[in-house]
Design a binder for this molecule. Structure first.
Ligand SMILES: [Cu+2]
Length: 277
């Protein structure tokens, strides 16, 4: 009787399972990722790559396990003693198997780690282009935005002009929050007494959700708001409107600082002259 080549059979089942599963996900259920910003494209691509590289590995484990359970099960009428006599093949001592196993594992891990490092670098770097700064001030339980380029005008909604390289200077008035715009791949902690930075370039006009992603108290779940990506002219209209609205507030607002100490205003560091009104 010809001996069954389990390796070949297992390999074949694995390849077929991989093709079916990957084809299904490519066609009907591609992995999600933030695709509304330049940095987001990199992250979405990384998630896709990790998924398509990870799926065959996962399937190999599952197929191997099921194959072994089905093929090498104890058949009806087979005694335990008979089974005990069967010497299973050992992977140990099989130099070729060990070599290829190690080679494939190491190169997969090194490749994915390298790819991830470069993508992460891209995602956290300031995009090129005319810079535009927005200060994000988090507090329980909403975000406030200030525009240093427009006299420190304050708004409860975030609007930015389309296609501009936006730098977010982020701080908090009370506890640690997390400024998160999923669509744009922006995510950075808001820490009291510190300024942290995040960058985004929204290539298209549209609206996005901003949420706080750090459990920051009882209304944390409601700490969300809209972000508007506007055309340059709409943005100008919007910011002038904000300036009109907050006219009455002006004089009450502190000048722009990297950090604010709401309980002890006297503790403000000296304001840099250039950013004063
Ligand atoms: Cu929060």
């Amino acid at each position: 009787m010809k001996e069954t080549n389990h390796g070949r059979r297992l390999g074949l089942i694995w390849v077929i399972a991989t093709v079916i599963v990957e084809a299904y996900f490519v066609a009907f259920n591609p992995p999600l990722g933030p695709r509304s910003s330049v940095a987001g494209f990199g992250e979405a691509r990384t998630m896709e790559l990790f998924f398509y590289v990870g799926a065959p590995i996962f399937l190999f484990v599952v197929v191997f396990m099921l194959y072994a359970a089905v093929t090498f099960r104890r058949r009806r009428g087979e005694s335990l003693e008979a089974e005990a006599d069967v010497e299973p093949p050992f992977a140990r001592g099989n130099g070729r198997a060990t070599f290829y196993w190690s080679l494939i594992s190491i190169s997969t891990v090194v490749f994915l780690a390298g790819f991830g490092i470069f993508t992460l670098n891209d995602a956290s770097a300031a995009p090129e282009g005319r810079p535009f700064t927005v200060q994000v001030i988090a507090q329980q339980w909403h975000f406030t935005y200030r525009y240093p380029d427009y006299g420190g005008v304050e708004s409860l909604d975030l609007a930015v002009p389309v296609g501009r390289s936006v730098t977010f200077d982020i701080t908090s008035l009370d506890v640690v929050h997390d400024f998160w715009i999923y669509d744009l791949d922006v995510k950075q902690d808001a820490v009291p007494g510190q300024t942290t930075h995040a960058y985004a370039l929204a290539p298209q006009v549209g609206n996005h959700w901003i949420v706080c992603d750090e459990l920051c108290g009882i209304w944390h779940g409601y700490m969300r708001g809209p972000m508007y990506v506007l055309s340059e002219s709409n943005f100008t209209t919007w910011i002038h409107r904000q300036q009109q609205i907050s006219q009455a507030l002006h004089g009450q607002l502190p000048t722009i600082h990297g950090v604010y100490y709401p309980d002890t205003p006297s503790a403000y560091p000296a304001a840099p002259q250039s950013s004063a009104q």
